[in-house]
Design a protein around this ligand. Sequence first.
Ligand SMILES: [Zn+2]
Length: 386
Amino acid sequence: MSEFPVIDLRSAIIIDQHAHSFANDFLQFEAVDLRRCFTESRTMEMLQNHVHNSLSYMDMIRKLGYLLDVAGEKQIIELRQTMREYDLVNSLFDDVSFGAFIIDDGYSSGKAMPLPKFAQLTSRPVFRCLRIESFIEQALATSSTFSELEEKFLTMLAAPSEVPIVSLKTILAYRGGLSLLDTTKDLAKADFAELKERSKRSTIKSAFRIERCNLHHYLVLRAFEFAGERKIPVQIHTGLGDSDEDLAESNPLLLRSLFENKQFSSVKFVLLHCYPFVKEAAYLTSLYSNVYMDVSLACFLVSANVETILLDAISLAPSSKILTGTDGHTVPETYWYGAHSIKRGLSAVLTSLIRKDFFDPAQAMKIAGDILHGNTRQLYNLDGLA
Ligand SMILES: [Zn+2]
């Protein structure tokens, strides 16, 4: 086998196209709180007895120990509690060369750090992604008729924001599944009264959640139209990512009718996470010019497999349509470890493809730059905003 230099991506810039904010108190976390960020499971038995034996978590703790110069989970937790937020965040984010973030701030309630503080703490440009379902729920709570709801919802999406809005996102997948209902305005209107009643009964402990129904899907499609008019992409949650979802209903192949619909052919859609449907997502990305994908979340939950995941994506999807997102949330370790894992996986895949004579090192570095930051910069038109 001929020898080529290994593609070294350690100093390559990453623009994280899909992540969330930190928890306000992330420095004070105990071990179970940190573990909770590295699993989809919510049971205390998993957190106390099993998560620390999962490969990704073990690897994360080991690598974090090298970086912070301490060994083991207990010592890391103790050290974190004495650090300044800025120092922990920036030592991790500088290590993987984060350049900017697109943040979905519809996740988590009062515990999440507001975006301006997140931007200040990370010292990086931050852009905003609006979660469609959160706005439907907010608009419903303050509307007394369907027409008022529809108007309020669209006005909320268009409202000015301190942090530039560059994307919308839908969580259809874990609110009843990805297959879209063949709905109409009249059918949506017919759902209003019952949903309004349920929304009125909403409490902090059991908050109202919009689930698969005509009204939900009608407004999601209105949001897609809005995104098309504003020329901002729509991120769609697919694959793993929420403990109460039916994974079978989050297969991106269920979105075929949406991608075949000419009404939405000018809207750019980004399939998020995708695992374990990475091949299916790559297939759709290779077929439809307006479909893109990332492997966020899988990059830090299934890190030992990231090389295969990226090879599945890059084998079929054009490299100009693969983006980098981490789905980092709550603690800086998730973004950092996700980014680290993507760089390691991409470096290994590209080096192996050079050795197999698919391209030369210069082409490989161009592809890496596109996937790590160039494609995101272009798709979300970030240059005019940062
Ligand atoms: Zn997410």
